[in-house]
Each structure stands twice: as C-alpha cells, then as structure tokens.
Design a protein around this ligand. Structure first.
Ligand code: ZN
Length: 139
C-alpha cells in the first residue's frame, strides 16, 4: 500500500470564505501515483471546515446567510468562549455545523465524485495563514 501526505495553505481575504479545492486535491492524487484508494481531506483548524457541495455562487451566498442567521458573529459578547478575549466563538460553532473533513474514493486515478460534487475549504475566521491536510492511501 502506498501513502501520500500534503498540506494546502490558505490565507483568505475575507473573514468568511469558501474556496473550491477540487483542483488542488486532484493534483495531490496525480502526485501520489495512487490509482485505487481513499483520500481524506480535513481542515487543521477548529474554525474552518472541509465539505462537499455544488460550486454555485447562489448556494454559497445561502450558506453564508444561513450561518450568519444561525450563529451571528456579533454581538461577540453573547458567547462565553469570547470571555477568553477571543472573538471567534461563531467560527468554532460554524465549523461544527459544516464539518471537519471529507473522505472520497479514488478510482482509476480520479476523485470518484457524484454529479456536481466539488470539494470546498470553508473559512470562518480567516485573514491569516491556515492549512488543510490531504492524506491518500491506496495502490
Ligand atoms: Zn477560539
């Protein structure tokens, strides 16, 4: 069995941002020379997510709106986590809602995705360097 590990780095312009990372994960699969196996992709930070959904701008707007309604950033004093001096309780909770990681099958050297499925990095407390782990096992 072969294995491959790589970190993808991000530094988003906005505090909340979604980035399609499918091409970067496909590049990792090529670099790994693994044709049949599994790829795990996870955010390495507790205020960011990796998830799979449609690459459609309206939907991404809807996700942001839904999260802001459910877990508003302000007032920051509404969250006990922010009593520590941080202001990112909303980002921790959003990460919990949107998930930590995805696992995708690799078949014939390709991501074995359903129609319209794309991989996204979900940033909820950005504007600083953060990373995603890609781990591939197979043969
Ligand atoms: Zn925090």
């Amino acid at each position: 069995m072969k294995h491959f590990r790589k970190e993808l780095w991000f530094n988003t312009k906005d505090r909340v941002e979604f980035i399609n990372i499918t091409p970067q994960v496909e590049t990792c699969i090529k670099e790994s020379h693994i044709n049949e196996g599994i790829v795990l992709v996870n955010a390495m930070h507790i205020s960011a997510s990796v998830f799979i959904n449609d690459d459609e701008a309206g939907l991404h707007h809807d996700f942001k709106h839904f999260l802001e309604r459910l877990v508003p950033y302000a007032p920051t004093s509404q969250y006990r986590h922010n009593d520590t001096g941080e202001d990112n309780a909303d980002a921790h909770i959003r990460r919990q809602i949107m998930g930590r990681e995805v696992t995708v099958a690799i078949t014939k050297g390709q991501l074995d995705l359903g129609p319209w499925e794309q991989l996204f990095y979900g940033e909820f407390d950005g504007q600083r360097k953060k990373r995603v782990l890609v781990k591939i096992i197979g043969e």
